[in-house]
Design a protein around this ligand. Structure first.
Ligand code: ADP
Length: 542
């Protein structure tokens, strides 16, 4: 540990909270710059909304959400309209303060007028979200799932999911929300930090009882009831990949700002905590993404009144130790060296044909359906054994790895890339944005950058003059900056650029659905920029 900084470079930096260190020029850091900002409740909701606008069906795993205070009138109006259309609809909403965690400040409402105002008119920034009223219950209790996801690399995108996670239980039997029970946090909120204070909380020493269990124990239970656990896993994998696809554009903007391309810098990886709720019909719903999931493997126990002691928590230990161990195994710089040496040996010893076969077998791309091996078969009551059995043999000759248990982290991207690549439209919009940012180290686009983008992509014409371009820039930028997200820099943020881009796409390709309008404009821009680049190269050569 280097609480006061360090002098020598390291090959892996394990930071406690955030990237926050611009003086690292090599190695790997366990945090991405900007991750904390990107997964905050408001930012996540905005990113999901953009994806829901483009691909409503694919992103219906995130509850309908509104951002407060600016969308309060919209929220009121939409609820009123939905109630008018369907008078039997009796919704419940959950209000979550932005930047809050551990259930802090969260409350449920039935009537939009019950949103709490702090002070006279000021509302604390928050997200108000449709409350999932019919969650899946186990032992009559609501629970959620914490899954660990390793974002191993942003470019190219590499995602791993841990094969086991935690299930965190409420401590009061669940009832659908009524005005009488709305305030009962032990019934509606699954946070460990809240439920631990309930008299009903059970610290268990086995993985399948008590208030915190392994997710695999829940799967066993479900599969013994005949549930399609394989489909559930496939839906969870989709949810994780789609969520990360929604987050990557913003992350790339932060990344180029902190670690400019072409300059020496570290690479990043990060363990994320995905909080997922299962609906009664087994559909997974994303609640939130945690940039700093707790890795504690102990809990406090009150030995006698007022006397506390840290005692091991076997459920946490089983899941979390494996996640950290295997993250380090995947990121291990020595392993990469060993693999490179092994490949080098192979190369020198094989004919061209044999070499190809060997490298392919190292990658071992299996089929492309979102399957979880024999993990989810109904008879696998000892899911763990099934996982162990389903693991591939080590790809290289005996190594120090051989003595370790099989990896608990499973690669899902690029493995399933072909199912999801069509969703990566905003990523391509972000690439255009980054291209025109100009000065390295910024995250916002100035008016000149925006004009250059329009000019180089030849988007202005007699119907859309450069004066109209300036007005579009000013209007959208001013509105986004007035929402008070980031006052550090002036200019157009990525989300504002995305909005302007969608606006241009709608103008140009009127009759198409939004995602086709956006895809068409991206292609046009990419083509025109490639042509311009080609011309410049030719001129340069000439
Ligand atoms: P925090 O970061 O404060 O834990 P969460 O978004 O995870 O905030 O919400 C806290 C808890 O509230 C969740 O663990 C879950 O039990 C419950 N919850 C959150 N959103 C919803 C929702 N849309 N529907 C039902 N329950 C929810």
């Amino acid at each position: 540990q280097f609480p006061f900084g360090r002098r020598l470079p390291c090959d892996i930096y394990w930071h406690g909270v955030s990237f926050h260190d611009k003086n690292i020029f090599s190695g790997q850091v366990n945090k991405f710059p900007g991750m904390m900002e990107t997964v905050r409740k408001i930012t996540l909701s905005r990113a999901m909304r953009t994806m829901q606008d483009l691909f409503p069906l694919e992103y219906n795993f995130y509850p309908r959400s509104w951002i407060l205070p600016e969308e309060l009138p919209l929220f009121m109006a939409e609820v009123r309209m939905m109630k008018d259309n369907n008078p039997s609809w009796k919704p419940t909403f959950i209000v979550k303060p932005d930047g809050g965690c551990q259930g802090d400040g969260i409350y449920l409402i039935k009537d939009p007028n019950d949103i709490r105002l702090t002070g006279s008119i000021q509302i604390r920034p928050a997200v108000v979200q449709e409350y999932i009223c019919k969650p899946l219950l186990v032992d009559k209790l609501k629970f959620d799932i914490r899954l660990y996801v390793l974002l191993k690399s942003l470019e190219p995108l590499e995602i791993y999911i841990a094969k086991d996670g935690l299930s965190r239980f409420c401590t009061e039997p669940y009832q659908e929300p009524t005005l009488k029970n709305l305030h009962q946090v032990f019934m509606h909120l699954t946070n460990y930090s809240l439920n631990i204070h309930s008299g009903n909380f059970i610290h268990s020493d086995s993985v399948n009882t008590g208030s915190k269990r392994t997710f695999s124990s829940i799967l066993c239970r479900l599969s013994s009831r005949g549930a399609d656990v394989k489909k559930l896993w496939s839906d969870i994998i989709s949810l994780v990949i789609k969520t990360i696809i929604a987050l990557t554009p913003e992350l790339k903007v932060y990344y180029q700002s902190d670690i400019p391309a072409g300059k020496p810098g570290p690479t990043c990886f990060q363990i994320l905590g995905f909080d997922i709720l299962l609906m009664k019909n087994l559909k997974p719903v994303l609640l939130e993404v945690n940039a700093n999931p707790s890795m504690r493997i102990e809990h406090e126990q009150e030995l006698s009144p007022g006397v506390f002691e840290n005692v091991p928590s076997p459920v946490d230990e089983k899941v979390k130790v494996a996640v950290i161990r295997d993250t380090l195994r995947l990121m291990d710089p020595q392993k990469k060296k060993r693999k490179d040496t092994h490949l080098e040996d192979v190369r020198t010893n094989q004919s061209a044909k044999g070499r190809l076969r060997c490298i392919t077998s190292l990658r071992k791309e299996t089929n492309h359906s979102l399957e979880w091996g024999c993990w989810a078969t109904p008879q696998t009551c000892t899911v763990e054994q099934a996982v162990e059995a389903s693991e591939e043999p080590p790809a290289t000759a005996p190594s120090p790895e051989a003595a370790l248990p099989s990896l608990c982290l499973k690669q899902v991207f690029p493995k399933y890339a072909k199912h999801f690549s069509y969703l990566r439209l905003v990523d391509r919009v972000a690439a255009l944005f980054i291209r025109f940012l100009g000065v390295k180290g910024t995250t916002k686009l100035g008016p000149t950058g925006f004009r250059t983008f329009i000019r180089n992509c030849k988007l202005s014409n007699s119907n859309f003059s450069m004066a109209a371009v300036d007005i579009l820039y000013i209007d959208i930028t001013r509105r986004w900056n007035s929402m008070g997200i980031d006052h550090k820099e002036s200019g157009m943020c990525l989300q504002a650029f995305v909005e302007a881009f969608f606006c241009l796409a709608q103008k140009k390709y009127k009759s198409l659905p939004l995602h086709e309008q956006v895809a068409s404009l991206i292609e046009l821009c990419e083509c025109r920029l490639a042509a311009l680049h080609g011309k410049r190269l030719v001129c340069g050569c000439g």
